[in-house]
Design a protein around this ligand. Structure first.
Ligand SMILES: Cc1cc2nc3c(=O)[nH]c(=O)nc-3n(C[C@H](O)[C@H](O)[C@H](O)COP(=O)(O)O)c2cc1C
Length: 246
């Protein structure tokens, strides 16, 4: 069974090369206002999206993100922040003191932001645009906060490049559904067989794509990735922004 929504979802692949064609402001507003319709925990809507248009700021952010050229080239670049700050204003309006620093609030704000982000990319893709998430804004989140004047009780979760694709990469195969969908309990029998099959699939994918050909499997890639400490500054940074203390 399929329909246009399912087809759009299945066609997703990150786009890192864009046509030199602007995205109309009203189209971006359509995308973002549709994305806002994502479910949100207790209706808190705990996110803020900052559009970055100035070339110098794009260059600086790209530098923080390991010189990812698409941050400079993309017609649209957005920074998605988890944001509890405006909820503080809501509390003040009603003479209530906002409880702060609970891990639960951090999870709520981060999940809300991720749902908004994914909805944004999907809405964009449904209109023929493409894009890519940029987690590398967390390479130096403190500097991003300074540059974008992100206040206490908010933090940059990821960026996103959007525009009309100037590339048509193949979709990247996902794990077999049986590896991620369990029934009734978290029984994991058969995971080795599934992982063998998926390693074969990913190996063929990496060998057959047009660019960045490599001999690689998913489990090896993950073993490399998961055995390295990535962004160890996040705990202290989040505490500094008022998140994740208790
Ligand atoms: C939260 C998040 C952060 C990401 N950060 C980056 C990034 O900094 N740079 C980049 O080129 N891709 C980034 N990606 C894209 C992933 O590498 C990509 O989604 C993944 O390899 C699967 O490929 P696909 O999106 O083409 O299916 C990010 C994706 C997510 C969800």
């Amino acid at each position: 069974m399929t329909n246009p929504t399912i087809k759009t979802m299945r066609a997703h692949r990150s786009i890192r090369k864009f046509k030199n064609e602007p995205v109309a402001p009203e189209d971006l507003e359509t995308i973002l206002s549709a994305a806002q319709c994502a479910a949100t925990s207790n209706h808190v809507q705990a996110y803020t999206v900052i559009q970055i248009s100035k070339p110098a700021m794009r260059q600086t952010i790209a530098g923080i993100c390991g010189d990812q050229a698409w941050i400079v080239q993309a017609p649209v670049f957005l920074v998605f922040c988890a944001d509890l700050n405006r909820l503080q204003t809501a509390c003040e309006r009603h003479a209530k003191e906002m409880v702060q620093g609970y891990a639960e609030q951090f999870v709520v704000a981060t999940v809300d932001t991720a749902l908004m982000g994914q909805n944004t990319l999907l809405a964009a893709e449904s209109l023929g645009l493409g894009g890519v998430f940029i987690g590398a804004v967390r390479n130096d989140p403190q500097r991003i906060c300074e540059l974008l004047e992100i206040p206490d009780q908010a933090y940059p979760v990821f960026g996103m490049c959007l525009g009309y694709p100037d590339d048509d990469p193949p979709t990247k195969p996902r794990l077999p559904l049986g590896a991620v969908l369990k029934r009734e309990t978290y029984a994991s029998e058969g995971i080795d067989t599934l992982m063998d099959a998926y390693d074969n699939t990913t190996c063929q994918y990496y060998r057959s794509r047009d660019s960045n050909l490599k001999d690689e499997t998913w489990s090896h890639q993950m073993a490399e990735f998961m055995s390295k400490v990535i962004r160890p500054h996040m705990k202290d940074f989040l505490a500094q922004q008022g998140f994740f203390l208790k």
